[in-house]
Design a binder for this molecule. Structure first.
Ligand code: AMP
Length: 216
């Protein structure tokens, strides 16, 4: 099964994508993580990507599509995947569809996690991430057992620079203007499943898994 996870920044895509990839044995491909890796490599691509990320803007489609398709191409044949944070524009969605079609593959389901605007800002400003394994935490909703340390690998937790309030607001604005139209796009293709994101992490997980399993 190939799945797309759709939702605003802060909707819980990272947390849920991790759970889905574990439960359904899908490869987890997160465009934001790929860009953060490029950023820390200090290459020309990394510097270019930083200039967009720091402002809460989207990296140009051409660069983004190439990077994600390269990642999909590394998977074993028959290995399903979950895309987290991609596509984020109609152009990306169309490019993805074309590239998959060429390989006789397709997207089976698109999961949309719905969350209100105020809740998004509140969530993003309390978010902490493991520097080593990228596991997500939240000061209020999902604190680590030992402050500042990852439960899973003991890595150092940090706050993403683009989780500053002003950048968060810009990212949400960009989401509504450029990414939200994808909800309709996939609904019209009959691929959209919705989950209510304003519940506990566990309840969202349950809703998502039962929706996906009933489609298997
Ligand atoms: P994320 O971790 O998914 O919130 O992504 C962090 C940042 O990476 C975004 O604010 C964008 O600057 C960039 N980014 C991630 N995915 C995409 C995408 N599909 N298209 C364009 N830019 C992206």
């Amino acid at each position: 099964m190939n799945v797309i996870l759709l939702g605003a920044p802060g909707a819980g895509k990272g947390t849920q994508a991790e759970m889905i990839s574990r439960e359904l044995r899908l490869a987890h491909i997160a465009s934001g993580d790929l860009f953060r890796q490029a950023q820390s490599s200090g290459t020309e691509l990394g510097n270019m990507v930083s200039s967009y990320m720091e402002r809460g803007l989207l990296v140009p489609d051409e660069v983004t599509v190439r990077m994600v398709l390269e990642q999909i191409a590394t998977l074993d044949r028959g290995q399903g995947f979950i895309l987290d944070g991609f596509p984020r524009t109609l152009q990306q969605a169309e490019a993805l569809e074309g590239a998959l079609r060429d390989e006789n593959k397709s997207i089976d389901r698109v999961l949309y996690i719905k969350v209100s605007n105020e809740e998004l800002v509140r969530r993003l400003s309390g978010r902490w991430i493991c520097r080593d394994c990228q596991a997500p935490y939240h000061a209020v909703n999902k604190p680590p057992e030992v402050s500042g340390k990852c439960d899973r690998c003991s890595g150092e937790l940090y706050q993403r620079p683009d989780d500053a309030e002003e950048t968060v607001r810009k990212r949400i604005e960009v989401y509504f203007s450029q990414t939200a139209p994808l909800i309709d796009y996939y609904a019209k293709k009959g691929k959209l499943l919705e989950a209510e994101g304003a519940q506990s992490v566990e309840m969202v997980s349950e809703e998502i898994l039962s929706a996906l399993k009933s489609e298997e």
